[in-house]
Ligand binder design. Structure first.
Ligand SMILES: NC(=O)c1ccc[n+]([C@@H]2O[C@H](COP(=O)([O-])OP(=O)(O)OC[C@H]3O[C@@H](n4cnc5c(N)ncnc54)[C@H](O)[C@@H]3O)[C@@H](O)[C@H]2O)c1
Length: 159
């Protein structure tokens, strides 16, 4: 992925872990960065730390499992910087990492799907129509990494 200084990257789950590392790398390459996370204190700290190093960074509290929240993230990104070039659908939860399928509570299944799967679709649907054909979109959850492509319809993604 060729990065050009001044471009805008949006990273979800950016308050820590891989998301923060991506945001830091984008900023180091001269990109402007929108950091999104559900955890406000950690998000504020991450944004503050990037700004202290001279980055143009803004934070937006976002729950990627909620479509409206991701739409609000897109609005905030365009309002702050007027464009988006890269979207990293990185937010994810490790719910149910161990054990057998039937040992997990239905709510744990719902939470994992809501964040790890629906969160990615919300990001794609909120941003890609606005970014257009030049959209560069990544996601960190393995099932969608292997199944999805720009032409992937619901049937193919779910079978
Ligand atoms: N770490 C690994 O080895 C590994 C391997 C494969 C895939 N992944 C995937 O990479 C991504 C990042 O992994 P990580 O290890 O940095 O995780 P992490 O737990 O360190 O960070 C995840 C971030 O996402 C945020 N988040 C959680 N739910 C959210 C929500 N609903 N809305 C917005 N933000 C939310 C958390 O607050 C946190 O800041 C995840 O999607 C994970 O599944 C990680």
């Amino acid at each position: 992925m060729e990065l050009v200084p001044g471009q805008v990257a949006v990273v979800t789950g950016a308050a820590g872990g891989i998301g923060l590392a991506m945001a830091e790398r984008f900023a180091a390459e001269g990109l402007r960065v929108v950091l999104a996370d559900v955890e406000q204190p950690a998000l504020d700290k991450a944004v503050g730390s990037l700004r202290e190093r001279g980055a143009q960074a803004v934070g937006q509290v976002t729950d990627v499992s909620e479509r409206d929240s991701v739409e609000a993230l897109a609005d905030a990104a365009y309002s702050a910087f007027g464009a988006v070039h890269v979207l990293c659908n990185n937010a994810g939860v490790g719910s149910g990492a161990e054990g057998r399928m039937w040992e997990h509570e239905p709510n744990d299944w719902k939470w994992a799907f809501a964040v790890n799967v629906w969160g990615v679709f919300h990001g794609i649907q909120a941003f890609v129509p606005r970014i257009g054909r030049a959209a560069r979109v990544t996601w960190s959850t393995p099932p969608l990494r292997t199944a999805a492509s720009p032409r992937c319809p619901p049937r193919r993604c779910t079978r």
